[in-house]
Design a protein around this ligand. Structure first.
Ligand code: B12
Length: 369
């Protein structure tokens, strides 16, 4: 059936159904030959179960999670009708009864959601689930065990229950501080640190797929030669893009002449360079100073000490990423207002994307999804 028909049958608006589909994966439409989404009886059943749970005061995200987890385990949700299980899922259920829940979840293809539930249920009391310190602790636990599945489940919870800004600033970055501490104490090894980095890079990468979209101002992001610590820079890219910027991410170990060429090619409205070591900036002081005469250049990270900033005479971004986005946005607006001697095309984009959408607005009221 088409979405309108489904909406009429279950008494839920098409707008809400689409949100449940895109946010929680509750609906799994097929495509008609003409490209329309077609929904089946299983979609209808899942929606009805969510509606039943909602009427008992369960949040939409939690209700969807329960229904999907029950589907995958081949069992009924506690409160909302039965769920038909195929032989694979029934087999999985039997193995759960045998005391092998992980294997059963995998066999049922639902490990991520189910273990998200388990992680949150087992490790945190209800209501604490989305508390950042608790999420960080759960993530650290999963990272220590190199448990990919559980780590993704906690990340899913962080990104579903919190804004993207909060998931990054309050959960992901503190995770790395803790990873560093644990590593120094000898409680985790390099494998765990690499695992955490890879896990988070992949998650942030998934959030970067729309970095080229729109007509907003352009930011070029990089680390200077020899610098590989780019997780915060990558996170900053995600926040910038959510505030309407187009991001060109060059990443770690970027030669400064290539950075300058990229800034010129894209008529960059901001060039952001992050490094942990002052020497990583100082070694390129004169090239960076020249670049700063053509584009607004911002240095970030622990290497951007007062002495380095004085020597190179460019701007500084501190540790508050939301304030930093706002600062870049203010500068882009001011350049546009001046008529901008560079990058008129990008500035025209800034009209639409930056003028109405400050970073702090985005942080407090993120776009849906
Ligand atoms: C993850 C990690 C790695 C990963 C990096 C993965 C990645 N893609 O980022 C990898 C494996 C690549 C790595 C490599 C190395 N690492 Co390392 N690494 C870390 C670790 C555990 C976390 C780094 C991190 O993200 N921290 C979390 C962030 C939130 O904190 P932060 O970097 O201080 O950033 C804050 C501000 O400076 C600012 N900021 C930082 N960047 C940016 C960017 C922007 C745009 C903005 C706005 C703000 C901003 O915001 C943050 C919030 O306060 C740290 C431990 C630690 N305590 O940091 C060690 C650490 C940084 N690494 C260290 C070392 C020694 C190395 C290696 C030399 C190890 C080796 N022998 O190979 C190499 C060096 C590689 C290189 N040449 O760059 C040392 C550095 C020591 C020092 N005195 O500088 C540390 C401190 C570990 C330690 N205790 O010894 N590392």
């Amino acid at each position: 059936m088409r979405i309108g028909e489904l909406a009429a049958k279950v008494g839920v608006s098409t707008h809400v159904l689409r949100a449940w589909e895109s946010r929680y994966g509750l609906l799994r439409p097929l495509r008609s030959a003409g490209g329309y989404r077609l929904y089946g009886h299983e979609d209808e059943r899942r929606v009805r179960e969510v509606v039943a749970l909602r009427s008992q005061g369960v949040s939409a995200v939690e209700a969807s999670r329960r229904v999907l987890a029950a589907d995958r385990n081949g069992s009924a949700t506690d409160d909302a009708g039965s769920v038909a299980g195929g032989s694979a899922t029934r087999g999985a259920e039997e193995r759960v009864a045998d005391g092998a829940p992980e294997a059963a979840e995998r066999a049922a293809g639902g490990a991520s959601t189910a273990s998200a539930e388990r992680a949150t249920r087992d490790l945190a009391p209800a209501g604490m689930r989305t508390d950042p310190p608790m999420l960080v602790a759960q993530l650290l636990d999963a990272v220590t065990a190199l448990d990919e599945d559980r780590a993704h489940a906690v990340l899913d919870t962080a990104f579903t229950e919190r804004s993207v800004e909060s998931a990054i600033i309050d959960v992901l970055l503190p995770l790395f501080v803790r990873v560093g501490e644990m590593w120094e104490l000898g409680r985790i090894g390099i494998a765990q640190e690499h695992f955490a980095s890879s896990l988070v890079r992949r998650r942030l990468g998934a959030l970067s797929l729309t970095w080229g979209v729109g007509t907003g101002p352009v930011a070029v992001l990089a680390c200077p030669p020899g610098e590989f610590h780019d997780i915060v820079l990558l996170s900053f890219g995600v926040l910038l893009a959510r505030a309407g910027w187009r991001v060109r991410y060059l990443g770690p170990d970027t030669p400064v002449h290539s950075l300058a060429a990229a800034a010129r090619l894209t008529a960059a409205d901001a060039v952001v360079l992050a490094c942990r070591r002052p020497s990583g900036f100082r070694a390129h002081a004169s090239a960076l100073r020249r670049l700063g005469e053509e584009h607004p250049v911002w240095l970030a990270g622990r290497g951007a000490t007062p002495r380095v900033l004085e020597e190179i005479a460019v701007n500084h971004l501190g540790a508050d990423l939301v304030a930093d986005v706002a600062e870049l946005t203010r500068t882009a607006r001011a350049r546009r207002a001046e008529g901008g001697e560079h990058g008129n095309v990008a500035m025209a984009g800034a009209d639409a994307s930056v003028a109405g959408a400050g970073a702090t607005d985005t942080a407090s009221e993120p776009p849906p999804g």
